[in-house]
Design a protein. Structure first.
Length: 352
């Protein structure tokens, strides 16, 4: 008889007792190709889009991360660099990572399994679909039923023929305005979550109304909110009142762009991107209003320039730099432990 998922966490190497999770970053990418983010630079900067990584280029790449083609993802050539990041993450107290690389971002679950086996970091992999703009025509044409079948298969049987099982659904990619494919993706995820109780993690569109709209569609399709994480709030909701209104929905609020310290946000130049200090201020607002059981953090690593090898802050940034700053800004050690350990554990554990 198959081992029951109830009370356990599904990692890429098998079911895990939740107490073994420890410190967990809930939204990262350990292998990813995100060429779909590419934004053509202005004519006079065209040549910069393919220039090699060098210290002298780092300033431009930091301000224009999505206009530098070699920056958009990492994979075969960075295997050992990611492994080193994981070993360093462990040495800083890290223990587990949720890899959110869904269909459209070119996931590699086999690599996740090998990485977990060689470094000892627990890795939970994501099923489901990223935004429509990253999908092939044939994927975008899939029916709701076909999408549900794929998600269910990746959770129960394992991705493709690998036998490697996903432990969450997401990141479920959504744009603003929402594409029809993305609506079906939310609905398919809700269908499978309502059947299996698999944890869910969502990437909202770039508008403060998007997270609310997604939760409405998700619930109308039968989804439950008790194990749902809403990602990227640090580039989606900038107003404290609106944030508290959203937190009242009862899902986990995720601040996952820690480490990005550029005010200019390429996808939407009209907004001022939060700094780490502002992310911490918003987390403090949530904690002060009684939501410390509903906060997760991560760094959403997805470009090369944020990897240690390329001069970036690396996967250990939150543990080295952000946790001390949170404590210094009046967030208690107890709340920090909830954010790093207890909340991811509760989110990731199957209740049935
Ligand atoms: Zn995302």
């Amino acid at each position: 008889m198959a081992e029951t998922r109830k009370g356990k966490v599904q990692t890429v190497t098998g079911l895990l007792q939740p107490d073994k999770l420890g410190v967990t970053m809930t939204h990262e990418h350990l292998w990813i190709h995100c060429g779909g983010f590419y934004m053509e630079p202005a004519t006079q900067n065209k040549a910069k889009s393919t220039m090699p990584f060098a210290l002298s280029n780092y300033g431009w790449i930091t301000q224009n991360p999505y206009s530098h083609q070699p920056n958009l993802g990492y994979g075969p050539d960075e295997r050992s660099d990611i492994a080193e990041e994981m070993i360093y993450y462990k040495s800083n107290g890290g223990s587990s990572i949720v890899d959110n690389t869904t269909i459209g971002l070119h996931p590699n679950k086999q690599f996740l399994k090998e990485l977990s086996e060689t470094t000892g970091v627990n890795i939970v992999a994501g099923a489901g679909y990223y935004v429509a703009a990253f999908q092939t025509e044939s994927t975008k044409a899939l029916t709701l039923e076909a999408m549900s079948d794929c998600i269910r298969h990746d959770i129960l049987e394992g991705v493709g023929e690998t036998g490697i099982k996903c432990g969450v659904i997401g990141e479920i990619g959504c744009a603003w305005p929402l594409e029809e494919f993305e609506r079906r993706s939310i609905q398919a995820s809700a269908v499978v979550q309502s059947e299996l109780d698999t944890p869910v993690i969502i990437h909202p569109g770039l508008n403060p109304d998007s997270p609310f709209e997604i939760l409405r569609i998700f619930q109308e399709a039968g989804g439950k909110l008790h194990n749902v994480v809403m990602s990227h709030l640090d580039r989606t909701i900038f107003d404290k009142e609106r944030l508290l209104e959203f937190a009242a929905e009862g899902v986990y609020c995720e601040y996952d762009l820690f480490g990005i310290e550029t005010s200019h946000y390429q996808p939407i130049p009209s907004i001022d991107m939060f700094s780490d200090a502002q992310r911490i201020q918003m987390i403090k607002v949530l904690v002060d209003n009684g939501y410390e059981d509903r906060i997760c953090i991560a760094q959403d690593m997805h470009t090369k320039h944020r990897l240690t090898k390329y001069g970036g802050h690396g996967f250990s940034h939150n543990l080295i730099n952000i946790v001390p700053k949170m404590l210094n800004r009046g967030i208690s050690q107890e709340a920090v432990n909830k954010i790093l350990i207890e909340n991811p554990k509760r989110w990731l554990t199957y209740q049935r």
